[in-house]
Design a protein. Structure first.
Length: 202
């Protein structure tokens, strides 16, 4: 069987492999993902990578067949750089006595440790936000700006409440009006801050 030219690039979470198989027929391409092995066949051409340098998640890995090349996306089971496609190092999942090929037990995945990043990020964001309301009007939560608007809303009559709700919702949070005579006539336009651009998501 003829082997195929290939190259790859990677991030911490994913490795993308390009297999240069020009004019490959998607119906004839066969791809097999295993935790430490990858197999590609197309007619007489094939590419087998074993053992992969790190473990992949076969369920989350996928591929697309293009006109010039086939792009394969490996979802890494453990975050980190491989530095190569095949080899025994650095398979973090095989850090127990088990051999790399038998590391299919999900219990060995140190996934729970990875979630500590959420807590670290939260702490950094909290420490960055230690500002007083004079420096940043968004700081302080209910006791300052939000509390001020809540008080206006609580003490307002029905027309004022309707005006506040309508203007805030229709403007995407960029306008807050208490004048129902003005707001009730037409849709409230979005007014982003100077130097900003409004983009609708979703």
């Amino acid at each position: 069987m003829a082997s195929l030219r290939h190259e790859f690039y990677e991030s911490d979470e994913r490795l993308t492999l390009s297999i240069f198989d020009k004019g490959a027929n998607p119906d004839e391409v066969s791809v097999q993902f295993e935790p430490r092995k990858f197999t590609y066949t197309h007619g007489e051409k094939s590419l087998v990578l074993e053992p992969l340098k790190g473990q992949i998640d076969p369920e989350k890995s996928d591929y697309t067949v293009g006109k010039v090349k086939v792009e394969v996306r490996f979802a890494k089971a453990v975050i980190g750089r491989w530095g190569g496609l095949i080899g025994d190092a650095p398979d973090i999942l095989a850090n127990s006595a088990a051999s790399p090929s038998s590391s299919s037990e999900p219990s060995t995945r140190p996934a729970a440790k990875r979630k500590n990043w959420d807590g670290i990020t939260e702490n950094i964001l909290k420490s960055d936000k230690e500002k007083n309301p004079e420096e940043d009007p968004n700081v302080g939560g209910d006791s300052t700006l939000n509390g001020f608007f809540q008080k206006i809303f609580a003490d307002a009559d029905e027309d004022t409440k309707r005006a506040m709700m309508k203007s805030y919702q229709e403007s995407g949070g960029t306008t807050l009006s208490t004048n129902w005579d003005e707001v009730g006539k037409s849709k409230v336009d979005v007014k982003p801050p100077t130097g900003s651009q409004w983009k609708k998501w979703g």
